[in-house]
Design a protein around this ligand. Sequence first.
Ligand code: SD4
Length: 324
Amino acid sequence: MYNRRKFLLSSLAASIGISLPASGHKEYRYRSDRSGFDGPVIISTWEHGLAANLAAWKKLTAGKSVLDAVEAGVMVSEADPAVSSVGYGGFPDSQGEVTLDACIMGPEGDAGSVACLKHILHPISVARLVMEKTPHVMLVGEGALKFAVEEGFQKTDLLTPDAKKAWEKWKQKSMVPDDFNGGHDTIGMIALGAGADVAGACTTSGLSYKLPGRVGDSPIIGAGLFVDNEVGGAAATGHGELVMKTLGSFLVVELMRTGLSPEAACRSALNRIAEKIPLKPDYQVGFIAINKGGETAGYGLQKSFEYAVMKEGKNQLFKAGSLF
Ligand code: SD4
């Protein structure tokens, strides 16, 4: 099987004029007919993506892998108490418990994920170890926590005083979990590194005041995140139920595979959501995407979506186009 794959790769390489090293790994710079890859490109969701991009950029320019880059990038948001939808400082569920969802995908088609994980500051690193050290893709709840502790992660209290105060205020008003109460600032990140390899990471505390046990799109491979190293990658933020019902990030990548630009693919996936699912006026979904040529885009259902792109050493925040 391996030899056949290597043979096919060598034949393909010969037919497009590149040479492969003994390992069979591609070491050329990818050039598509849309644009050329010319160095690292990182895209992530929301304004806090700027700080995350910078951490990822530092890894890539220090020669670290694209997986190291996306992991280090989103860890910045996980540790930031001011980001109320990710990691430490994330708003809790309806019972006051912070539960975290995260996943990571690498260029070799590998994936790891954790869902409804409590007490761990960096769920993205646990997801990476699920990918690297187990034969599984996803661990949830108690099992994910047990795995993390066995791997040496410290248990910590993730509920900050500010998040507790917000939850107590919400409790006074309502004991009915609101299906979309709170900020939309899950961090999703896709990076294109050396050799135009693509990796992605996504991490969140999910919807504020969700029902206990609720898992959103963010740790679901294909929903909150999808990477195909032949095409590019995509990640989602916003109302996870809408993204799960359409397997949004997979859809964006598959649309890019047909030749759509990242922006057209994100817009088309959002159109799919708008056509198939009855929407409430305040529902938001944002997609980010990057293709193998280094083209990036973000697009939202509503106007509020922003995304951060770092390329050629410049880190910039963009207002995304929107359907409504
Ligand atoms: C979820 N998509 O759990 C996440 C929420 C989110 O910013 O993106 N918040 O549904």
